[in-house]
Design a protein around this ligand. Structure first.
Ligand SMILES: Cc1ncc(C[n+]2csc(CCOP(=O)(O)OP(=O)(O)O)c2C)c(N)n1
Ligand SMILES: [Mg+2]
Length: 822
């Protein structure tokens, strides 16, 4: 290394101490450049060792950031504490550079080490290179998010993180422009100066979510800096088959900002050109941060020295020329050549560094592996001791189980230990003795331990869980006002917006119109357009906008106009929102409330009740199905005071129905998982929810006239479902169960049966088989008759309940001479 003075880029002088990039005039000292280079080398070594470990069978799967190192060094230079990264599985270099990961943690995650102290990103739940910062502490309370760069939890569905990135950037706009947020910004924002850096592969940029997000951000004008890592391929499929004009920046050209107008800053830069990259990121990030304009940096000529991932070999699909190019355009190689050319360091010095750094990375890896294995070894030794003692005590030969465990491979897994202990215990069935009892205790506690290790944190475990919100009953004055259901909601949202400045409502037609059912009428004028905010028709990014904002401490209510259109956002709701807490082992939360409406109104796409689809995809989100707006408001009051995401599906046909309005409209809180008995009866338990509650109550009158006394239970929330197991009490009393559901046959009704019949033990109390009455399998045709003949009706409920009673007492209940055609 030679040192004296400065050089202008490309202008050779005798000075070699620092480099000033041409446009940005940032100065990089030789020391900094060398340190960058060494980090790139360490990162590459980590990629190579990672691949080796997977191929040797010591790690489950590997996907690495080799070939993407140098651009990430440049990006790291402009990231500041409080900024966010929301990206994908190629980003280990930037994570190492900004200090949000260490190599120890990188290897721990590679090995699927489930200790959160070692893999703080996912506690062994996610594949390698899936990062996250722990934005909440062990108690589930917010940490100071301004002390370091934060990372929105990475996941594998490519481009799925883009909608959330929109929200992470949007939060900066809210924190900068919304006066009411000043007092609550501490720990979350410094005047909205935070930039969200998002990264995406060239091929993932072909996904719809990318385009929807880009458009949303272009409209919103928020500080999102999108880097597209372009290595020419998406696994084996080249750019020609991925992108119009084979180039995302060419395809996006129409979004480019003209002068100071709206749009994007768009830059194209080569992935091996360290100086140009530093220059570009310095210029662009400064503009994004100061002016809150979005930008796209298209980084081309990136490489994949080891191919896509450990599941294949790129020699199979890349041409010879491309493979040669990948060697020649290797960013580390080019950076090194440039450093030598510029006399920043000579080859021998760099060789020394490289040797030293590579061996250090290998040592870190080795230690990470040993640390990962050590507690499992301890459990194995314990198990072997217990098995030996139990064999001795019982005289039963347990050598096979013990030997299998002794021979269990590299790595040793908890599974192998558990299986051996369990099989030994199974072989001792019918035996008694303290050693056997101790082995049984080990199996039980070990199972519980692994239950926590792998299956905890689906939902909040904090003191702010919605399940811990103290229920407050609605209060009705002596002469309660009776108003339209929509006004009950309006007053509820108004009260909550007034109470908590962090609450924002976003969606289609929510602002100027005040919702298609006028639920927010006048609220935008009162609370401002930043808090009741109209969006384009883009359900996925409406939800993503909410998720990102929630990650930054805000309380978004995401408005999806009809439940039928939630499908557009369902991938995200399922993959991102529902898994967030679990996949970060309790490290992140996004308490988004999704408000939508469904059940019956008109036609195929305004009558949906696709509960089974939601139950199957949204574990990790509470699902509330209130029967009226007073109930809905009570759920909103609970959810907006707690820390889990939730979906509330209002009854579409209920906005104009009159309801009594509680005097504590913004303050009463309904508990989740607590059904309500709507009608007492002795013959048949009818379990239902939502719009069907009213119809079931009407049918109950007809049934009473026919001498059948039904009990009606409104489950109120499907997730969680009757946490106190109260419904079985009703079944015990009546001996008969009829589940009435607007979902299709075998849909939510099957879930409800599983809960009551199996989980609550309802089977033991039935004297007649359980029944379901559901909608037909087809969608609902338009018009009164289409609705009537495809969804459960008052008369259908009559027939279904009557059939149950007739089955029990044919003498008392003569045939109706008709049966439901199901
Ligand atoms: C939605 C989705 N579809 C398919 C995949 C499988 N897959 C994983 S990576 C990948 C290629 C991504 O290519 P690109 O975006 O260019 O990123 P690169 O891996 O090249 O950096 C594919 C198809 C996935 N993870 N997610
Ligand atoms: Mg690619």
């Amino acid at each position: 290394m030679k040192e004296t003075g400065n050089i202008e880029l490309g202008v050779k002088t005798r000075s070699r101490q620092s480099i000033t990039t041409p446009r940005a005039k940032i100065s990089l000292s030789a020391e900094q450049i060398i340190s960058d280079y060494r980090l790139a080398v360490r990162s590459r070594a980590a990629s190579e060792l990672g691949r080796r470990e997977v191929l040797a069978g010591r790690a489950p799967f590997g996907i690495f950031g080799d070939g993407k190192e140098v651009a990430q060094l440049a990006m790291a230079h402009v990231m500041r504490p409080g900024d966010w990264r929301s990206g994908y599985y190629r980003d280990q270099t930037v994570m190492l550079a900004v200090g949000t990961t260490t190599l120890e943690q990188y290897f721990a995650q590679l090995y699927a080490d489930a200790d959160v102290a070692r893999d703080p990103f996912s506690g062994g739940r996610q594949m390698s290179n899936h990062y996250a910062t722990r934005i909440v502490d062990e108690q589930g309370h917010w940490r100071d998010l301004l002390s370091a760069v934060q990372v929105g939890s990475d996941f594998s569905p490519v481009a799925g993180h883009m909608p959330r990135s929109v929200g992470l950037a949007w939060a900066s706009k809210l924190y900068r422009e919304s006066a009411v947020l000043r007092d609550v910004a501490k720990g979350f924002s410094r005047n909205g100066n935070e930039v969200c850096f998002t990264t995406i592969g060239n091929a993932a940029a072909a996904e719809g979510l990318f385009w929807e997000s880009v458009n949303a951000v272009g409209v919103l004008q928020v500080p999102l800096l999108i880097s597209v890592w372009d290595d020419g391929y998406g696994i084996s499929v080249p750019n020609e088959l991925q992108m119009t004009k084979s180039s995302v920046s060419a395809a996006l050209a129409g979004m480019r900002r003209d002068g100071g107008g709206p749009g994007f800053e768009i830059e194209v830069v080569k992935g091996w050109d360290y100086v140009a990259l530093c220059d570009t990121y310095a210029i662009i990030a400064e503009r994004v941060r100061r002016e809150h304009v979005p930008a796209i940096v298209h980084v081309i000529e990136m490489t994949q020295p080891q191919g896509h991932s450990t599941s294949g070999s790129h020699e199979r699909y890349k041409t010879k020329e491309r493979l040669t190019f990948e060697v020649e355009a290797d960013p580390i190689r080019r950076m090194r050549e440039w450093m030598i050319r510029e006399d920043i360091a000579d080859a021998a010095t760099l060789d020394d560094f490289e040797k030293h750094d590579r061996s250090e990375v290998e040592q870190i890896r080795e230690k990470a592996y040993a640390t990962f294995q050590e507690p499992i070894f301890r459990r194995r030794d314990e198990a072997l001791t217990l098995i030996a003692a139990a064999a001795m005590e019982s005289g039963v030969a347990l050598d096979a189980q013990a030997n299998e465990l002794r021979d269990a491979g590299d790595p040793l897994n908890h599974r192998a230990v558990y299986v051996a202990a369990f099989r030994a215990l199974a072989a001792l069935r019918g035996r008694e003795g303290p050693a056997r009892a101790e082995l049984a205790g080990f199996v039980r506690t070990y199972r519980e331990e692994n239950e926590t290790r792998y299956n905890s944190h689906l939902l909040s475990e904090s003191d702010r869980s919605p399940l811990r919100v103290r229920p407050v009953a609605p209060e009705f004055p002596a002469k309660p006002e009776t108003i339209d259901g929509r006004l009950v909601l309006l007053r509820c949202f108004d009260a909550n917006l007034t109470r908590d400045p962090r609450i924002v409502i976003l969606g289609e037609d929510v602002g100027r119109l005040g919702d298609v059912n006028l639920v927010y009428e006048g609220l935008q004028e009162k609370h401002g357009a930043l808090r009741i905010t109209d969006t384009g028709i883009r359900e996925a990014t409406i939800l993503g906008q909410g998720i990102g904002a929630a990650l930054r401490g805000l309380r978004p209510i995401v408005d999806i106009q009809y439940v039928d259109y939630l499908l557009f956002a369902l991938q995200l709701a399922s993959d991102d929102l529902a898994t967030l807490r679990h996949r970060t082992a309790g490290g992140q939360m996004a308490p988004v409330v999704i408000r939508t409406k469904g059940h019956r109104l008109q036609g195929i796409w305004h009558t949906g009740s696709p509960m089974q689809m939601l139950l199957g995809t949204l574990r990790g989100i509470h699902v509330c199905v209130p029967r009226d707006m007073t109930q809905a408001a009570g759920f909103y009051n609970t959810l907006l005071r707690s820390d889990d995401p939730a979906l509330v599906i209002e009854v579409l046909s209920g906005y104009r129905l009159k309801e009594r309005v509680p005097s504590n409209i913004g303050d009463y809180t309904l508990p989740l998982g607590v059904p309500e008995l709507l009608r007492e009866g002795s013959d048949v338990t009818i379990v239902t929810y939502g719009a069907l509650c009213r119809i079931a109550l009407e049918a109950a009158q007809d049934l009473a006239a026919a001498d059948i006394d039904v009990e009606i239970v409104d489950v109120r929330t499907l997730l969680p479902f009757d946490v106190g197991h109260t419904i079985v009490g009703s079944v015990k009393k009546t001996g008969a169960l009829l589940v009435v559901d607007e979902d299709l046959p075998g849909g939510a009704s099957a879930y409800i049966l599983q809960q009551i019949i199996e989980l609550q033990g309802g089977i033991d109390h039935l004297d007649v088989g359980p029944r379901t009455l559901t909608a037909r399998a087809n969608r609902t045709p338009v018009g009164v008759d289409g609705d009537y003949f495809s969804k459960p009706s008052r008369e259908d409920i009559f027939v279904a309940a009557y059939a149950i009673q007739r089955e029990r007492r044919p003498d008392r209940f003569p045939s109706l001479d008709m049966e439901l055609d199901r």
